[in-house]
Design a protein around this ligand. Structure first.
Ligand code: SAH
Length: 245
């Protein structure tokens, strides 16, 4: 079921059940009361990633707090999409964009991966988490993707569940198009790997291509920036063998 786009949606930490009442976080209170100018009795939608989506009423607006009373469920909880999105961290602005887009495009797990040419080694996970939640609020999904701690590429590959296909965006792959290649992993659970701004090293490409669970795909004749490649790869996967089908 698609989301109701006319109502404001808010991610909350509290348990959601009929008549539950709680205060939202201070920044959410500010947003509801001062930006949207909602008053007592106004309705919004709330979700917490566990209990589905619920209609809630603003029960009270005080100077610095807003409390909500939960009414009825509007959509049941949906499971995480089973797509593990692995990406080399980028510089802040592009990373924010990439994480938001990955959530909108249906990634279920976000796995930062450190490769040889990865320039950004320190990640602000709480900022990324905020981006994940913002994107989830915006696009109407109820299962908030899981954001994992960064891993080195070697570790990611050593620990990979070999029943899951890892689709590797290889900027040096022959460009006969990704669609036919994707058909070969149609019935599998999927992961996707996009490289850093500096691309994969020759060693990494060799290592990846030698693994039985890895499938290399091209994304056309042009070199895309990593954030563009992420959206392009997710679109082509979802449209050919994923949840757009
Ligand atoms: N600096 C590198 C490009 C890196 S692009 C170079 O000049 O070669 C960043 C990442 O996006 C790549 O590692 C790859 O995963 C993906 N990507 C970009 N363009 C691509 C293409 N045409 N085909 C497949 N993957 C691509």
């Amino acid at each position: 079921m698609r989301a109701n786009y006319r109502m404001q949606r808010l991610f909350v930490g509290d348990a959601l059940a009929p008549s539950a009442t709680f205060e939202v976080k201070p920044e959410q209170a500010h947003y509801l009361a001062n930006v949207l100018r909602l008053g007592t009795g106004a309705e919004i939608l709330v979700f917490n990633g566990r209990d589905g989506e619920w209609r809630a009423e603003i029960a009270a607006v005080k100077k610095k707090s807003v409390s909500l009373t939960v009414r009825e469920q509007t959509r049941p909880q949906s499971p995480h999409p089973d797509l593990v999105y692995c990406f080399a961290p980028l510089k802040q602005g592009r990373l924010d964009y990439m994480v938001q887009k990955a959530v909108e495009m249906g990634a279920g797990v976000l796995q930062p991966v450190l490769t040889q040419h990865t320039q950004v080694l320190k990640l602000g996970l709480s900022r990324l988490e905020a981006n994940v939640i913002e994107a989830a609020e915006q696009c109407g999904i109820l299962a908030v993707p899981e954001l994992r701690e960064p891993l080195k590429l070697d570790r990611l590959l050593a620990d990979w569940d070999t029943d899951r296909a890892l689709i590797f965006c290889d900027e040096a792959a022959e460009t006969n198009g990704p669609l036919q290649i994707l058909r070969s992993v149609e019935s599998k659970r999927l992961g996707l790997l996009v490289g850093p701004e500096g691309g994969f090293s020759e060693d990494e490409r060799r290592q990846l291509r030698a693994l039985p669970f890895v499938t290399a795909i091209p994304l056309g004749p042009r070199i895309l920036r990593a954030d563009t490649a992420a959206v392009a790869a997710l679109a082509v996967i979802q449209a050919s063998i994923g949840d757009w089908c």
